[in-house]
Design a protein around this ligand. Structure first.
Ligand SMILES: NC(=O)c1ccc[n+]([C@@H]2O[C@H](COP(=O)([O-])OP(=O)(O)OC[C@H]3O[C@@H](n4cnc5c(N)ncnc54)[C@H](OP(=O)(O)O)[C@@H]3O)[C@@H](O)[C@H]2O)c1
Length: 316
């Protein structure tokens, strides 16, 4: 079991869950952060974590981050953006820079990349293409290192800012239906993903993958499944509201143009619409389970209950 780890992205949704899962238990963790202060964590968590200020653009900080560690878990990524360059700079060039920094360390650390199921369909969006290029960058720069790639599907849970507007809409009784009704997708609860990473990290040998993984529901869900499950938990009717594709595309195109003009990082873009309306985001987890023995624990109903509970607590 590696005792010293470097983590990127620990100020974000998934990275915070990884930090929570991996900190303690005799591990020493170095975590990268940018301008934001390290998030308030409980005392036990802080005790095992050394925060390193820097960024994926700054090679020196990446060398400080990775020096002497046994494994690097690279979770930082750009999930919003308006241009190919914005995504590539972080999701592809950032991977290459971090791998090269890690390669300087002796003995060479293992390297785990949190990619995305989106990398399976790089033609859909700048994001998806950048995640695929990130995997390729690891393959090219990571020669002579032991590395592995995880491709999670839609990740949800407490702290998820992207899914929150949809949850808020469902709490008010309306669920926007963005894709085709028959479209299917896999999901994973964030704590289960974090446990999967721990399980992989603790394996004596890593296989490269890329590994897909999900919450144990083979064949995935339709959006209607999610809405029905949510309505059961919230104990209120939730009405599906179909959003016409033309409206979604028009808003996304306008948002992308405005973002390029005013320099902000948008979530809804034409590429995101192509991802949202893609009919098949179902994945398989047999290879990952075989390689690690990992078993998911949180199904959709329990996961949505916990997510909803965290929103209610934060609003009190
Ligand atoms: N959420 C999902 O459903 C999902 C599904 C599959 C894969 N993923 C992948 O999982 C990873 C984390 O996603 P998330 O949902 O947790 O996103 P998030 O909440 O936006 O977190 C992104 C993290 O990356 C950091 N980061 C971004 N650009 C950076 C840079 N140039 N230098 C250093 N750090 C940088 C952010 O730091 P700041 O706090 O400073 O901004 C933050 O800690 C991403 O690689 C994403 O592609 C996500």
């Amino acid at each position: 079991m590696p005792r010293t780890l470097a983590i990127t992205g620990a100020t974000g949704f998934i990275g915070a869950a990884l930090l929570h899962e991996l900190a303690g238990g005799g591990r020493e963790i170095r975590a990268l952060f940018r301008s934001r202060p390290a998030p308030a964590a409980d005392g036990a968590l802080r005790a095992g974590v050394e925060w390193v200020r820097g960024s994926l653009d700054d090679t020196q900080s990446l060398e400080r981050l990775t020096r002497g560690v046994e494994a690097v878990i690279h979770c930082a990524g750009a999930v919003r953006g308006a241009t190919r360059e914005q995504f590539d700079r972080v999701n592809s060039e950032g991977v290459a820079r971090l791998v090269r920094a890690a390669r300087q360390s002796r003995p060479r650390p293992r390297f785990l990349l949190i990619s995305s199921l989106a990398a399976r369909e790089p033609q859909l969006s700048f994001y998806a293409a950048s995640k695929r290029r990130g995997e390729e960058a690891l393959r090219a720069a990571g020669e002579g290192m032991e590395w592995s790639v995880l491709r999670p599907p839609a990740v949800y849970g407490p702290g998820d800012r992207e899914m929150r507007p949809l949850i808020e809409a469902m709490r008010r009784g309306a669920a926007p239906m963005l894709g085709r009704p028959e479209a299917r997708f896999s999901m994973i609860f964030v704590a289960d993903l974090a446990a999967a990473v721990r399980q992989l990290v603790d394996q004596p040998l890593w296989e490269p993958g890329p590994f897909e993984l999900h919450d144990g529901h083979d064949g995935g869900y339709t959006w209607r499944d999610v809405v029905t499950t949510f309505a059961r938990i919230a104990r209120r009717p939730v009405r599906p509201v179909p959003v016409p594709a033309i409206l979604l595309k028009t808003v996304a195109a306008a948002n992308q143009a405005l973002a390029r003009r005013f320099g902000y990082a948008p979530m809804l873009t034409p590429g995101k619409v192509r991802e949202l309306t893609h009919p098949d985001w179902v994945c398989a987890d047999a290879a990952f389970r075989k390689a690690t023995g990992w078993v998911p624990r949180v199904g959709l109903e329990e996961g949505l209950r916990r997510t909803l509970g965290s929103i209610r607590v934060n609003q009190k």
